[in-house]
Design a protein around this ligand. Structure first.
Ligand SMILES: Nc1nc2c(ncn2[C@@H]2O[C@H](COP(=O)(O)OP(=O)(O)O)[C@@H](O)[C@H]2O)c(=O)[nH]1
Ligand SMILES: [Mg+2]
Length: 198
């Protein structure tokens, strides 16, 4: 089981066309507030690495992080969260266009860590995203976040519901808590493995 991953913030990009060629890249996707930045911080065991916020919609850019040694060319991309209603339609459309261009054109993308709120379960927008990524042939790694918020008495039922709504097997979903560290070592190993193989 892996210890903290060496992860460094590189820079933010407003335009997918500006992204350089890298060896392999994993993207963190999910609705705004699902816990993407917190998960990144937990993987690195570095609280201030990615900004976390109680205000959804705070990440508006493609935030590039490098995993491993300097110039490893293995990247993690923290993407803007989708589905935040409190921004203007025009702004939402801009993000959606950027996300679409990124996902459809990024050559280096070897997989998408799709984060779903473990307490809330997949939203219609999450399911649309799954369908879209599937259609594009991307490898999806399902991660259920905030496992600590699900009461133990409900946990089995919740896991069954979540997997059946996603249309996957129970073993396809990794449950994590960035807060408590649950499932984090396993996810570190997986991330490292996929980036190394990519
Ligand atoms: N209880 C609990 N809260 C979490 C966890 N991960 C994230 N959060 C909270 O959820 C909110 C959104 O997290 P953030 O990482 O900024 O989400 P992002 O918008 O997807 O990047 C913050 O208030 C976090 O503290 C978790 O594992 N457990
Ligand atoms: Mg974030």
């Amino acid at each position: 089981m892996a210890g903290p991953l060496p992860i460094r913030f590189l820079r933010s990009y407003a335009d997918p066309d500006e992204l350089p060629h890298v060896n392999a890249e994993l993207a963190l996707m999910g609705r705004s507030n699902v816990g993407k930045s917190s998960l990144l911080n937990a993987l690195a065991q570095h609280k201030g690495l990615a900004k976390t916020s109680k205000t959804p919609g705070a990440t508006r850019l493609l935030n590039a992080f490098e995993v491993g040694t300097a110039d490893s060319g293995r990247w993690l991309m923290d993407l803007p969260g989708y589905g935040y209603a409190k921004v203007s339609k025009a702004e939402q459309k801009k993000w959606a266009t950027m996300l679409t261009r990124y996902v459809e054109e990024r050559e280096a993308l070897v997989g998408v860590l799709l984060l779903v709120d473990g307490e809330v379960g997949p939203t219609p927008l999450d399911l649309q995203t799954v369908e879209w990524l599937d259609h594009l042939g991307h490898r999806i790694l399902y991660v259920a976040t905030k496992a600590d918020k699900v009461r133990p008495a409900k946990s089995q039922k919740r896991r069954t519901e979540l997997t059946s709504r996603l249309g996957v097997e129970r073993s396809d979903v990794r449950w994590v808590s960035a807060e408590k560290g649950t499932g984090i070592p396993e996810l570190r190993s997986l991330v490292q493995h996929i980036l190394d193989a990519g």
